[in-house]
Design a protein around this ligand. Structure first.
Ligand SMILES: C[S@@+](CC[C@H](N)C(=O)[O-])C[C@H]1O[C@@H](n2cnc3c(N)ncnc32)[C@H](O)[C@@H]1O
Length: 202
């Protein structure tokens, strides 16, 4: 029998108690503990940022001298922490207009592109994996376009043939690349994260 989905799990309760907008905050905290992705003063681009759990963590870590820009298909409530506000845009990351806006927000580029993009999951593994791979591909395209040399890229993936085919493409653009299974991922989920560090440049 498969593992049961329990919406209000330990991380859900912890997020609620800490004022995080989503339990996903703990995934970025865990990734950041392992890799020091979010340095003070860094410019961070958050792809698929609704409802804003990663935005909160990113703002806390980069501090008032940093820049946090987020985009999602859904509207996201304005967010300010310790005097710094996230710049949030509603739209599809696939759209050239949205990409122009993201570029204009930091014309010198971003130090980290973090993608928690997720399709509307159908529960049909091969379909979810294929749609997720399309979003990873777009995330990688944006990372290659917008990252400064030495910058970092994180992407959520759902294992499947398409994502496996993308990993060598990611690896070729970065000095280090690894897969991360996180403790804060729901036990019922197959998701994992690709952490690619040290962008080699366009
Ligand atoms: C798992 S949620 C992100 C949670 C977020 N990291 C947080 O901490 O609150 C994934 C998001 O990806 C967004 N998304 C999926 N496809 C997108 C696209 N093409 N453009 C922009 N956002 C997209 C969805 O709307 C959804 O809100």
């Amino acid at each position: 029998m498969g593992r049961q989905y329990k919406r209000k799990d330990h991380f859900y309760e912890k997020a609620k108690d800490s004022g995080y907008r989503s339990r996903a905050s703990y995934k970025l905290i865990e990734l950041n503990k392992q890799s020091k992705l979010l340095k003070p003063g860094a410019r961070v681009l958050d792809l698929g940022c609704f409802p804003g759990g990663w935005l909160q963590v990113a703002l806390d870590k980069v501090g008032p001298k940093g820049l946090v820009v987020g985009v999602d298909l859904k509207p996201v409530d304005a967010l300010e922490r310790n005097g710094a506000a996230a710049k949030i845009f509603q739209g599809d990351i696939m759209s050239p207009e949205v990409q122009n806006i993201l570029r204009a927000e930091s014309p010198e580029g971003y130090d980290a592109v973090i993608s928690d993009l997720s399709p509307k999951l159908s529960g049909i593994a091969f379909r979810d994996a294929a749609q997720s791979a399309e979003l990873v591909q777009m995330g990688l395209h944006i990372a290659r376009e917008f990252l400064v040399e030495g910058g970092d890229f994180v992407a959520k993936i759902f294992p499947g043939q398409e994502c496996e085919e993308l990993i060598p493409q990611i690896r070729s653009s970065f000095r280090k690349c690894s897969r991360k299974n996180l403790d804060s991922t729901r036990k019922s989920s197959k998701e994992l994260y690709i952490l690619a560090q040290g962008f080699k440049g366009a």
